[in-house]
Design a protein around this ligand. Structure first.
Ligand code: GYE
Length: 351
């Protein structure tokens, strides 16, 4: 046991050095000494011992990224941040799999990444359930698995670490903003149209829970409609069109991402409604959405950071070097409204 620990520590340092060397442009040294399972005294992260490493000895860690799809501006920025970061100059290679928002396809994607030679897998799960068998397969194959962007309802011994937003906290920030806005502006009632994201994703579950809880707690808040727009602009527009056709009476739109918000705003405009007459709450913080806050169309955006590639890369390097990393790391996020939009647009992602 002791000898094994020393070997792991040394190989971890060797890999860290080889990754650092890659950054500097020199030829990386292969690390072939680490056994498949870390198994050292300090776990890679709580309840989990597999350590990311260069299994095939080609000098790079190959990341298999099981991505959700290409449904939104957030997603485009997220994918790009992985493609930009996981390159040989940073000590990595990337195999990219797009699940096209299909949870079943994504399960096969993870299996394929294992057979294609991924040395660590990053899973951004479409939905949060049914993952145990696949995660066990990855573990049995000695491939550490990172969860990013959306969380999973599985026990913590099945994955190394989670990195991404705290979706319920994002929802709570939006709800707190609305509570204060109503008090400051003497708005007596919130009659809410709720556009939900992909049902069963933690992005939807957390953001929806925050609103459902607030509606239950406030007698003057009610849900006029609650329907999924699947995180896309087209579906957001379609759902809002049908709500408008039913002549629903509402003054608040709680839309779980910017793309559905764009669709809803298009539907309002096409129906001859004045966008400024509604309190519009959105999530993410794409540059065009922040511009809409400046223009007075969107009232508040609960931020969600898509630029996860370098941050996940950092965690992988730390774990590879033998450090114990946090089981969960939430992105630092706030809200964007008229008070800070001019400053936030200068650093906003996307277009
Ligand atoms: O808010 C939405 C995307 O999972 C946080 O997915 C992500 C969400 C994001 O489609 O725009």
């Amino acid at each position: 046991m002791k000898i094994k620990n020393v070997a792991i520590a040394v190989s971890g340092i060797a890999l860290a050095l080889s990754l650092a060397a890659c950054g500097g442009g020199s030829t990386p040294t292969a690390d072939t000494t680490t056994p498949a399972d870390g198994g050292g005294e300090a776990p890679a992260a709580e309840g989990y011992n597999l350590v990311p490493k260069d299994i095939d000895g080609d000098g790079y860690i190959t990341l298999g990224f099981a991505q959700v799809g290409a449904e939104s501006g957030w997603r485009t920025a997220n994918t790009q941040s992985y493609k930009d970061y996981f390159v040989e100059a940073n000590g990595f290679k990337l195999i990219f799999a797009d699940a096209n928002q299909d949870a079943d396809k994504q399960k096969q994607d993870v299996r394929d990444l294992i057979t294609q030679g991924a040395e660590v897998i990053d899973l951004a799960p479409v939905t949060d359930s049914g993952w145990e068998p696949i995660l066990e397969e990855a573990k049995a194959a000695g491939i550490p698995l990172i969860v990013s962007d959306r969380q999973l309802s599985v026990s913590e011994d099945l994955y190394l670490t989670y990195f991404g937003g705290d979706m319920e906290a994002e929802g709570n920030r939006a709800v707190e903003w609305l509570t204060k806005y109503m008090a400051d502006n003497s708005v007596a009632e919130a009659k809410i149209v709720h556009l939900q994201g992909t049902i069963g994703s933690t992005a939807q579950k957390g953001r929806s829970k925050a609103l459902d809880d607030a509606v239950a707690a406030n007698a003057n808040w009610s849900l006029v409609a609650q329907q999924t727009g699947e995180f896309t602009q087209a579906k957001g527009q379609e759902v809002m069109e049908s709500i408008l056709q039913q002549n629903a009476d509402f003054n608040v739109i709680y839309s779980e991402n910017d793309d559905m918000t764009y669709g809803a705003i298009d539907a309002l405009t096409a129906a001859g409604k004045k966008v400024e007459d509604y309190i519009i709450i959105s999530f993410d913080g794409n540059k065009s959405a922040v511009q809409m806050v400046i223009d007075g169309k969107i009232d508040v955006i609960a931020e969600c950071d898509p630029l996860l590639g370098p941050q996940v890369g950092d965690l992988i390097k730390k774990a590879a070097a033998g450090e114990t990393i946090a089981k969960i790391t939430y992105s630092v996020e706030g809200v964007i409204d008229s008070s800070n939009a001019a400053e936030k647009i200068t650093v906003a992602f996307g277009s």
